[in-house]
Design a protein around this ligand. Structure first.
Ligand SMILES: Cc1cc2nc3c(=O)[nH]c(=O)nc-3n(C[C@H](O)[C@H](O)[C@H](O)COP(=O)(O)OP(=O)(O)OC[C@H]3O[C@@H](n4cnc5c(N)ncnc54)[C@H](O)[C@@H]3O)c2cc1C
Length: 490
């Protein structure tokens, strides 16, 4: 008997995770990808002896990748090795203060009390609260479909409701951090976690203060060959499972008849199936692939998450004071977020993030050199003058780095490339180049993310960074898990 068929649009981390889960359920899976390569945002490239991860640089909750191998009957360690980092990030301020955020709690507490003269236990107390939020709300908002009654009729919800005060529902991240941490630089350090899903700490709900627990409670990791290895190993596993990939084949329409999706049309032809999954950005899924269907306008109108501007620099020097992840903080954090939400001009004193995988993966740069991935948060694309923005941001970044490290970094850049919001949009069809779909800038954001299953069209599903439970590698992997649980057994 023929196996039931599933068609997946997009081969990013969500598309591949979904394909692996549905193949394990017994579906014959075909993945359609407009690019000639898998991975979507999670890709890499090489330039003159340097290798750069092009998109994500932070890797948390690695067990979610392992799980895909385990359900496929394989040992993840035969495919994929990663290691836990001892430090999650190095932070630098213009006044010369610097802090290493150690993942070991005692070391981090000592570092903070030494640098900021905080009361003993400040960090531990903060991270206990972060952990409580994660354990009370994370399961509900990250691992379950929010549109199903069963999710709300559960022991997890009852527990969260009886501990509502721990979720700090009526404050923003910044308000909660200000109350708990007091020291200005420490508040800024923890406010930064809002950017992990493209949000603004002065607006995002305090519940997002669960994010630091991911790094400091569960850990921060790096695959031994860099982040792109996640794409490589998932692609190998998918092929071993018999999943067929159709590269350079763009989906143009999801075919619907009598309230049921029965396949897709690409520029090369029509394919029929029992179910269709779109991992394309939800806005563009409705605007391009479902043009004759009523769109959920309220959801599509939600504020988008921020985008990013990244410079990839091959640097002909090594910097001992830098680690894998580094942040050079703005002196005006509220001003930076205001400029990001207004979106018209480059902010003159941006927070600069520098990731250097060659610190841990020596082959990523020639001897004596480093591969710098230099990123600033940038507004999503609304037709701004990007040539000007890119030049202005580049000058501001160089000024900040030179001031902090007493160098002339422009003379050390051996090779250079960049990625801007319009390119993020054109390469991966992410509306406005937003990194994480909708922002989480209000307390109801989670409820305004599109569900993983269409309420109106049978057999149509949605997965990935622009739908429930949100963007970022771990949430995309969870999105695939929720979706696969919602799909019928073939
Ligand atoms: C610069 C940057 C930095 C980031 N940093 C981090 C980080 O540090 N940590 C983290 O966890 N996350 C990070 N993220 C977010 C993370 O990369 C994304 O949330 C995640 O990769 C999204 O995966 P996805 O599969 O949902 O979408 P995508 O990766 O966008 O994949 C969608 C795929 O669908 C294809 N596609 C679209 N339309 C069609 C069509 N019509 N037909 C066929 N194919 C189509 C696209 O080409 C693409 O390959 C970052 C993202 C960027 C861009």
């Amino acid at each position: 008997m023929d196996r039931k068929k599933a068609l997946i649009i997009g081969s990013g981390v969500a598309g591949m995770a979904c394909a692996i889960r549905l193949a394990n359920k017994g579906y014959q899976v075909d993945v359609f990808e407009k690019n000639e390569y898998p991975g979507g945002k999670l890709t890499n490239f090489r330039m003159n002896g340097y290798r750069f991860d092009a998109g994500p640089s932070l890797f948390t909750l690695p067990h979610l990748v392992d799980e895909l191998f385990i359900i496929s009957g394989k040992d993840p360690r035969d495919y994929f090795k990663y290691f836990e980092k001892e430090e999650s990030c190095r932070y630098f301020w213009d006044d010369g203060t610097s802090v290493i955020s150690w993942t070991d709690l005692d070391a981090f507490e000592n570092e903070i009390s030494e640098k900021f003269s905080t009361a003993p236990g400040t960090i531990k107390e903060y991270l206990v609260k972060s952990s409580q939020m994660y354990h009370l709300a994370g399961k509900i908002f990250m691992e379950k479909p929010l549109h199903k009654l069963l999710t709300w009729w559960s022991r997890d919800v009852a527990k969260a409701v009886s501990n509502l005060y721990k979720l700090d529902l009526f404050h923003t991240m910044h308000q909660a951090n200000k109350k708990l941490l007091r020291h200005e630089k420490l508040i800024q350090l923890f406010d930064r976690y809002a950017t992990y899903n493209g949000s603004n700490p002065y607006q995002a709900p305090a519940m997002l203060n669960m994010i630091p627990y991911l790094e400091h409670g569960i850990g921060t990791y790096l695959p031994e060959k860099g982040i792109y290895q996640i794409t490589e190993v998932l692609f190998s596993l998918a092929k071993e499972l018999g999943i067929r990939f159709h590269f350079n084949e763009k989906a143009e329409e999801i075919l619907i008849k009598s309230g049921k999706s029965y396949g897709i049309r690409t520029h090369l032809g029509e394919y029929s199936s029992d179910l269709v999954v779109s991992t394309m950005d939800i806005m563009l899924t409705y605007r391009k692939l479902l043009q004759n269907q009523e769109a959920p306008e309220k959801i599509l109108r939600q504020e988008r998450s921020t985008s990013a501007l990244i410079f990839y620099w091959g640097i002909k020097k090594q910097f001992g004071q830098l680690g894998l992840h580094n942040i050079l903080f703005s002196n005006d954090y509220p001003g930076e977020f205001k400029a990001l939400s207004e979106g018209n001009e480059a902010f003159t004193d941006p927070t600069v993030y520098i990731s250097i995988t060659s610190k841990d993966v020596p082959d990523d740069a020639p001897e004596g050199c480093e591969n710098w991935y230099v990123m600033v948060n940038a507004p999503f694309d609304r037709g701004q003058d990007w040539n000007k923005m890119i030049n202005d941001y580049r000058s501001a970044i160089i000024k900040k780095i030179n001031f902090q490290f007493h160098v002339k970094i422009e003379d050390l850049i051996e090779v250079e490339d960049f990625l801007s919001p319009p390119e993020i949009e054109s390469r991966t069809s992410s509306f406005g180049g937003s990194l994480y779909g909708n922002s989480s800038n209000n307390r109801f954001s989670a409820f305004f993310r599109h569900a993983n299953e269409s309420k109106k069209i049978k057999g149509l599903y949605f997965c990935g960074g622009s739908v429930h439970p949100g963007g970022g590698i771990p949430l995309c992997l969870l999105s695939a898990k929720i979706l696969s649980d919602l799909c019928p057994n073939p």
